[in-house]
Design a binder for this molecule. Structure first.
Ligand SMILES: [Zn+2]
Length: 233
């Protein structure tokens, strides 16, 4: 009987996994259009707006930095209702951001959650400054920078500051993705294989999104950065 009971969830998991891959390919195609200045601006017309009046089903969730140069709908060339997007400087998590992500997964049956960092990130630069000087900015900005600082402190020094900044950007996106995978409201979907969490890095100069776990899996791009320690909040 156990086989019968498990059959449906397993089928659902496989279907969801394929759907996550299919959605990621769609983002890749959108990013390819964006970087070759051939954006299609899909699903934004009057028909789509009418279609979404009563219902939305964004199966992709994106947590990105607030940086004005990295708007997710543009860099992935997606339309209305395609992505449930949350933004905070440095993709920093707090209760509101996590609550938003959990809400999206619960409400829209998310199959793919992208954590989108980017090169030349101001939040990461501020955390590196705090790392060098030992001084955090005051108030809410201090909270934000402090979250990224926890990651920066785990990253080995590199030959140049530019390389160190890039290593920190990569480590930060990976750390946020890992924290999301461990979040009680989201862990179940990750462990069941119904949702994939993918850290990514947007390159401003090339307009290109790079999937960071692909680089790790193929042995490229790891730069010897250790997995940042899990943080309490
Ligand atoms: Zn940023």
């Amino acid at each position: 009987m156990a086989i019968v009971q498990n059959a449906a969830p397993r089928r659902a998991t496989i279907t969801q996994g394929h759907e996550a891959d299919r959605r990621r390919q769609r983002l890749d195609r959108g990013n390819a259009r964006w970087r070759s200045f051939a954006s299609a601006h899909p699903r934004q017309g009057s028909g789509r707006r009418r279609e979404l009046l009563e219902h939305q089903e964004p199966r992709v969730s994106v947590l990105s930095c607030a940086d004005s140069r990295v708007p997710p709908e543009l860099v992935f060339d997606q339309g209305l209702g395609d992505m449930f997007t949350t933004r905070s400087a440095g993709q920093v998590l707090d209760s509101s951001v996590l609550g938003t992500l959990v809400y999206g997964v619960d409400e829209f049956d998310t199959v793919l959650l992208v954590v989108l960092g980017h090169d030349s990130c101001g939040a990461v630069k501020a955390a590196i400054r705090a790392h060098r000087t030992g001084v955090l900015p005051p108030g809410h900005v201090g909270y934000l920078v402090g979250q990224v600082l926890d990651v920066v402190e785990t990253v080995p020094e590199q030959e140049t500051e530019k390389a160190f900044l890039d290593a920190c950007v990569r480590a930060n996106a990976r750390s946020v993705a890992e924290q999301i995978r461990e979040e009680p409201g989201l862990r179940e979907a990750v462990e069941a294989g119904t949702m994939k969490v993918e850290p990514a890095r947007y390159d401003l100069r090339r307009s290109r999104v790079e999937w960071l776990d692909d680089a790790s899996r193929s042995g490229r791009g790891g730069e010897g950065v250790p997995a940042p320690r899990a943080r309490g909040r």
